[in-house]
Ligand binder design. Structure first.
Ligand SMILES: [Mn+2]
Length: 230
């Protein structure tokens, strides 16, 4: 099975619960993380550590791309860009420092090495979108910030021509239901971010079965839903 989780935003409890629920078999299953591991929730450090340890333990089955929240954190340490402080960094930084301690700089280097795009034989994975006029190999870090209306304003044909027919699996903008239009699939259910608190969820997308498990943060429930196609 191919799985995808994105925009965890510090929900260490939801992440553990979804992983336990799926009980993946690392010799046959694959998991891709779509970025925005940190900020908003209270477990930014724990979530990063979990992703790091899974990748380290299963380098052939677990992959991760970088999100714009990690980019803001890197920019804060690269050149003192204060933007991160206004987007959750102020709260997350003490927790990250406590969690990583002496290995904080090592964590930053690891985050800095995360790719902006991952792909396998079926899908292209990226945090928020792709520039349709730029070959995949030449995409820049600007795509980490791509607005949903810009990415969904592109034609399906244009995207599939760029990716050689592979749909793009991404996150970044919270949605209440996951759907697939043949070229794009947004797996972000608004963990710790969606404006309607009762609807905030973390989703574990099964790209093989084309369904997903939503962990609803308000009550801890798990619900399995089919991915809507149109
Ligand atoms: Mn994002």
């Amino acid at each position: 099975m191919k799985y995808f989780i994105t925009d965890i935003h510090g929900d260490g409890i939801g992440l553990e619960k979804l992983l336990a629920h799926a009980s993946m078999n690392w010799s046959t299953d694959q998991l891709v993380f779509g970025g925005d591991y940190i900020d908003r929730g209270h477990h930014s450090g724990k979530v990063l550590k979990k992703v790091m340890s899974l990748m380290e333990a299963h380098p052939e089955s677990v992959f991760a791309v970088v999100g714009n929240h990690e980019e803001m954190m890197l920019d804060y340490f690269r050149h003192g860009d204060p933007l991160w402080m206004k987007h959750g960094g102020k709260e997350a930084l003490p927790e990250l420092k406590a969690e990583f301690g002496k290995s904080f700089d090592e964590m930053l280097r690891w985050v800095d090495e995360l790719p902006i795009i991952h792909q396998d034989d079926e899908f292209v994975y990226t945090h928020s979108g792709l520039e349709v006029d730029t070959p995949l190999a030449n995409q820049t870090r600007e795509i980490l910030w791509m607005d949903e209306s810009a990415f969904y304003g592109l034609s399906r044909e244009g995207i599939l021509a760029l990716t050689q027919g592979k749909p793009v699996v991404h996150g970044h903008t919270p949605v209440e239901r996951i759907y697939f239009d043949g070229a794009r699939l947004n797996g972000d259910l608004g963990s710790n971010t969606y404006w309607i608190e009762e609807e905030r969820a973390l989703g574990l997308v099964n790209l093989t079965a084309m369904d997903y498990v939503a962990y609803r943060q308000a009550n801890g429930s798990l619900t399995t839903r089919k991915i809507m196609k149109f």
